[in-house]
Design a protein around this ligand. Structure first.
Ligand SMILES: Nc1ncnc2c1ncn2[C@@H]1O[C@H](COP(=O)(O)O)[C@@H](OP(=O)(O)O)[C@H]1O
Ligand SMILES: [Mg+2]
Length: 336
């Protein structure tokens, strides 16, 4: 076995982040099971924060800082007081693939980590603590409150790693994956490094990448729709539209064979929403850009908003063709 300090920085960071994201997912479930989300409204009524967001972020930033002192980390939530549950230094997960050669000699100063401790907060709050407490005790859904608890699938923990302003690696943890099936393990973690060797499931850990069905299934926002969002979706001539929560969840739909494209022509989504999902998607051969087809950059001092929207396509799809379909008035409406 190689000594820890001979393993390049990037795979060490990804491996620790997988363990940290798993831990954050457990913290999220614990908060929901206690039944008191302590919801705070941020910029507007659909921009919420719960104790699960805060506690998960304390865990992620505290643990990353402990294991990688001096690392630049940008999290969605402001600093909050409360217990900080850290992962152990030894909590690392063996990765399925090796570091691409061009990323093998990074210095920590080149890296920015973008953290969304709980993506899909609107859906999380709707899957009420009461319904979740009743239905999820014992790791299974008894059917009561099924409508609201099904939204728990939309919740993810996102840790994205950018190098010199470009996303290179990402971790998406889904804390409630399998929550309806008590026979199976609760939660899953998907991770990828762009440019790793291997084919499809070999380059994305934790998920078997599948092609989408025939037709054109477009995933878009469930809770932040607008006329430009709807115009952009319609322009793709979808055979089906999936209105679902979370940027992480929507990208997972592109990877698990559920959708062809994720279209969001609005400035509300932020860098911490897209950094990890973009890396995982692109590691598998998909693409994520703004709605005009330009790259999204993740430098330390970049503006947090993805002000020109988000358009992502599943592996094997013609990304440029989707960009061409977006109407000019939608593109003109979204400016830096
Ligand atoms: N108008 C808006 N205001 C605030 N956040 C927005 C937004 N539109 C999108 N987002 C954020 O982008 C992410 C994906 O949104 P959606 O689920 O609507 O597609 C969510 O992240 P969070 O759940 O982490 O806040 C959501 O809050
Ligand atoms: Mg988010």
């Amino acid at each position: 076995m190689m000594a820890a300090n001979t393993v390049p920085l990037l795979p060490r960071l990804v491996s620790s982040s997988v363990a940290i994201a798993n831990h954050a997912g457990k913290i999220i479930r614990d908060v929901l099971n206690k039944g008191d989300l302590q919801i705070v409204q941020k910029e507007h009524v659909k921009d919420l924060q719960t104790e699960a967001d805060r506690a998960a972020q304390r865990c992620i930033i505290g643990s990353l800082t402990k294991h990688f002192p001096g690392l630049i980390i940008i999290g969605e939530e402001e600093e909050s007081s409360g217990p900080v549950q850290l992962t152990e230094q030894s909590s690392v997960v063996p990765l399925k693939f090796t570091c691409p050669p061009h990323l093998a000699k990074l210095s920590q100063e080149q890296i920015v980590v973008w953290v969304d401790p709980l993506d899909g907060t609107s859906e999380f709050t709707e899957a009420t603590a009461a319904a979740a407490h009743k239905c999820l005790m014992g790791n299974h859904d008894t059917g009561c409150g099924a409508h609201s608890t099904s939204l728990l699938d939309h919740v993810t923990v996102l840790i994205g790693i950018a190098v010199d302003g470009k996303t290179v690696a990402g971790i998406i943890h889904q804390p409630y994956f399998n929550y309806k099936n008590k026979e199976k393990e609760l939660g899953r973690t998907i991770y990828g490094i762009i440019g790793s060797a291997g084919e499809n499931d070999g380059v994305v850990g934790g998920l078997l990448v599948k092609p989408p069905p025939t037709g054109c299934v477009v995933a878009t926002t469930r809770s932040h729709a607008s006329s430009t969002v709807n115009d952009a979706v319609s322009s793709c001539d979808p055979t089906e539209v999936l209105r679902v929560g979370g940027a992480g969840h929507k990208v997972l739909l592109l990877l698990d064979g559920s959708a062809h494209a994720y279209v969001f022509a609005s400035p509300g989504c932020k860098k911490w929403d897209t950094c990890a999902p973009q890396a995982v998607l692109e590691a598998a051969g998909g693409a994520l850009t703004d709605i005009k087809g330009d790259h999204i950059l993740y430098h330390r001092h970049v503006q947090h908003r993805n002000s020109e929207g988000v358009l992502a396509t599943a592996p094997g799809q013609d990304h440029a063709a989707y960009i061409r379909k977006i109407p000019a008035h939608v593109k003109e409406n979204l400016v830096k």
